[in-house]
Design a binder for this molecule. Structure first.
Ligand code: BGC
Length: 812
């Protein structure tokens, strides 16, 4: 494919305008109304707004790290409100706050540059990721800041991202003292007060949630965040987002609260009781439950029927809008115990008095649990209740499934060296269910039991048969062989498309194998917005480069820009994945994927390094914003819908990541997740399994961490036996960036880094972004017999087959 994205014309293109409008629509669908004491939507009489808070002008439209999208411009909350016709009465205060923020940013950039000068760019980059710039706490407000505006809005902002976890401290998970007193002051001073939460994940608002006013979770809504917010506040859009994760009353309510963030070992003691499953089992009241969200409309749900045909259940529900404003409702169906989401659906826009029948479908297999003793998915004998709900705490029993004896649905084999963990105990309830509820008999004869064979004789691609060891190795190691010493810059290792994350070698073009260009994900395409070209080549390291430009001291930026042509590559920042999941609308997710696919086609990008599908296990994980949910079903379905959207574009594929258990950022390359096979399969792998089975993603990326003592990048059971043989994945697997490089002081680590030949042996086909060392180590391992040529040819075959699917080389 060819890069048609880079243009010499700096004007905003029609595509940019069109995609910004779509981004606004998508964002408005996923924002969640948490509180509303008769304030929203604003009446037509609201014309002036007193706007405060660090996110008012400097709105965060996404998170940091490789998941950040470099945009030309964006619609802040201030701009969005003005676009919608409101007058902002606090311009002077916003100007003062902006100046404060800019000053703090300059100081921060200076510190990063100083580190680069003293310790080198890699350490500077890691420091930047480890402690991203946080908006400063603004000077406290007093009564003199308030005025006669018709309404007041306070925008509370947080940002986080790759390379660091959040902290349970004021200014991060908790509110700072100034924020709390300012919010209280404003909520009392104005008749109409709205708190906007411009955050990547949960914050502790327990102390202020009951103030008069409204609270809207806007997350980080992408390029058009401000327009989406204005649309909801003015009533043009009726909020219909529902939470994709539980918000706790206190951070300590999380079962993994205390142990989270250990640099070496993470103990998954809560097993499968993650998120709402835990809150339900431990009878802990959350602040806002999973699936929760208010509307301007008022819905009533009526259960109609529950049926079973073969192994497929279908539950019908009538939804009626009894309110005066048109809106959409999300209907959820849970099974228990433990409480688990089994199906959901969203209505169309229902007008006053309008009704719609929503049909919720799921398969009997969705009721099974993983039994380690039998290495099988089993539906337990007894009664399984089904609950209809609008969030995880509003459940109403609607039917009971009677299972006369244990039914085995799928036979596997032990794969994950299950560890004996000291688990947190909860007592499972001895419940009897209302005798009037519908009973459905599920029998073994309803189920076709699947038995997996695990075979090691996979065929070699014809082209791979003809390639030399050196050519095979070149294909299986990414192209960034030298950059920043021995280490390539994360998220910026492509020379074909500046700012893209990486690419495969161009040295095989002579034998008909082109380069595969890859860009991050997941909130859009991450490339450099402004590039320089000379004699058909891109000049690297210009001053404006989003990474080099910041971390390198000016004297280290060698780029000579004389005689270069300036070009622009503008992509759309979509809402963060969590916000998209909060829509609970798979058409929205597919639309997002479709938009990204269109930009990929234009840019000549073959692989999008997303969707990111890790489970939001703890609210402090720095990358939660890139992930969909704490629930594996919602995660898997969202990823499948996005994948369908992207892969309907010619030559475009996704890369589902990070397989698996990348649930913390602290020391992520060397962190060992200790977990039972049951929890792994039921929660942490389940989303990947659903996505692979439903949408056939062309590639997958392993995580940086270890699971039960083995790096996922080197785990043959995970990559070959589970991913390929159990779930039917037929694409290529790649490593996360730099996992084979031993960064920093190795003696300080409890675990070693990933081995390059070990990747190939495990069926991890492509080592990214690639280093000369990876090539050398693979060739050495072939030489001394630790790796066979057959294993290398198999990995090359996976890559070549993926390229055939992407029509990069001819189909055979
Ligand atoms: C991240 C990946 C990303 C890659 C390329 C890594 O640091 O963990 O999610 O795709 O960089 O930018």
């Amino acid at each position: 494919m060819k890069n048609r994205l880079a243009t010499q014309n700096p004007a905003v293109s029609d595509r940019e305008k069109r995609h910004s409008r779509i981004a606004a629509e998508l964002a408005a669908e996923g924002m969640v109304l948490l509180e509303n004491k008769g304030i929203l939507p604003f009446r037509a009489s609201v014309k002036t707004i007193a706007l405060f808070g660090s996110g008012a002008r400097r709105t965060h439209i996404g998170g940091t790290g490789s998941g950040e999208v470099n945009v030309r411009d964006f619609i802040s909350i201030e701009k969005g409100l003005e676009n919608a016709g409101y007058t902002i009465s606090t311009k002077a205060i916003l100007g003062r706050d902006e100046a404060n923020t800019d000053k703090a940013k300059q100081v921060y950039d200076g510190q990063i540059r100083a580190i680069a000068k003293e310790k080198g760019p890699l350490i500077a980059l890691l420091s930047k990721m480890g402690k991203p710039f946080m908006p400063p706490i603004l000077p406290p407000l007093d009564k003199s800041a308030t005025d006669n505006a018709d309404a007041c809005i306070y925008v509370l902002s947080r940002v986080c991202g790759e390379g660091a976890d959040r902290r349970n401290e004021p200014g991060d998970f908790q509110l700072s003292e100034t924020e709390t007193t300012d919010i209280k002051l404003l909520a009392q001073a104005y008749e109409r007060f709205v708190l906007l939460l411009n955050v990547g994940g949960a914050v502790d608002i327990t102390e202020i949630r009951n103030l008069p006013g409204a609270v809207l979770l806007i997350n980080q809504g992408g390029i058009s965040t401000g327009d989406a917010v204005a649309s909801i506040l003015s009533g043009k859009t009726c909020p219909s987002g529902h939470l994709a994760a539980t918000w706790p009353k206190r951070y300590e309510d999380w079962p993994c609260a205390k142990e989270f963030g250990d640099p070496s070992d993470t103990w998954y003691r809560e097993g499968s009781l993650v998120g709402y499953r835990w809150f339900d089992a431990s009878k802990t009241d959350p602040l806002y439950p999973f699936g929760y969200g208010l509307s301007y409309a008022n819905f009533e749900l009526r259960f109609l029927s529950a049926e079973l045909h073969a192994d497929q259940f279908s539950v019908s529900v009538m939804v009626a809008n009894m309110g005066s404003i048109a809106g959409k409702e999300v209907v959820q169906l849970y099974s228990g115990y433990p409480k688990s989401l089994v199906a959901f659906g969203k209505t169309k826009l229902l007008k006053l008095g309008e009704t719609q029948t929503v049909s919720l479908r799921f398969s009997a297999r969705d009721l099974s649990v993983y039994d380690e003793g039998q290495s099988a998915w089993v539906i337990r004998s007894g009664e399984i209740p089904l609950y209809l709900a609008t969030h995880a705490n509003s459940t109403k029993l609607c039917a009971v499934i009677k299972v006369e004896r244990d039914i085995i649905c799928e036979k596997c084999r032990p794969l994950f060296r299950s560890e004996q963990l000291r688990v947190i105990k909860t007592s499972s309830p001895e419940e009897t269910y209302d005798g009037n509820a519908i009973r459905i008999d599920l029998k073994a004869s309803n189920i076709n039991c699947v038995s997996h064979g695990y075979s090691d004789d996979e065929s070699i691609d014809e082209k791979a048969k003809t390639m030399s060891k050196e050519e095979l190795t070149a294909l299986c190691v990414g192209a960034a062989r030298i950059s920043m010493g021995d280490f390539s810059v994360i998220g910026n290792a492509s020379s074909e498309l500046p700012g893209a994350a990486g690419e495969t070698t161009s040295s095989l073009e002579t034998i008909g194998i082109p380069t595969i260009t890859m860009a991050d994900g997941p909130a859009g395409l991450r490339v450099n917005p402004k590039i320089y070209e000379k004699d058909g080549l891109y000049i690297k390291n210009p001053v404006e480069d989003p990474i080099f430009g910041l971390i390198l001291p000016p004297e280290m930026v060698k780029a000579d820009l004389s005689g270069t042509v300036t070009k622009y590559q503008y992509c759309t920042a979509l809402p963060i994945a969590t916000l998209l999941a909060q829509t609970w609308d798979m058409d929205v997710l597919e639309k997002a994927g479709n938009l990204i696919g269109a930009e990929m086609e234009e840019a000549g990008i073959s692989l999008w390094l997303a969707p990111a599908m890790n489970i939001q296990r703890n609210p402090l994980c720095g990358r939660n914003y890139e992930y969909y949910s704490e629930d594996p079903l919602l995660t898997g379905l969202c990823a499948a819908a996005v994948t369908k959207g992207v892969q309907q574009h010619k030559g475009c594929g996704v890369c589902i990541k990070h397989l698996a258990c990348n649930n913390q950022e602290t020391n992520r390359n060397y962190s060992n997740s200790h977990i039972s096979e049951k929890a792994l399969r039921e929660i942490y792998l389940r989303g990947f399994e659903i996505c692979v089975k439903l949408s056939s993603p062309v590639s997958a990326m392993t995580s940086m961490n270890l699971i039960n003592g083995i790096h996922t990048a080197n785990d043959r059971d995970l990559l070959t036996h589970a991913l390929r043989q159990e779930w039917g994945f037929d694409g290529a697997v790649m490593t996360d960036w730099g996992v084979t490089v031993d960064i920093g002081d190795q003696s300080a680590q409890r675990y070693l880094c990933t081995s390059a030949p070990g990747c190939i042996k495990a069926g991890n086909d492509l080592i990214m972004p690639g280093a000369q060392r990876d090539v050398d180590r693979i060739l050495e391992a072939l030489h001394d017999g630790r790796l066979t040529e057959h294993e290398l040819r198999l990995s090359a075959s996976h890559i070549l087959r993926m390229m055939r699917r992407l029509e990069m080389i001819t189909k055979k």
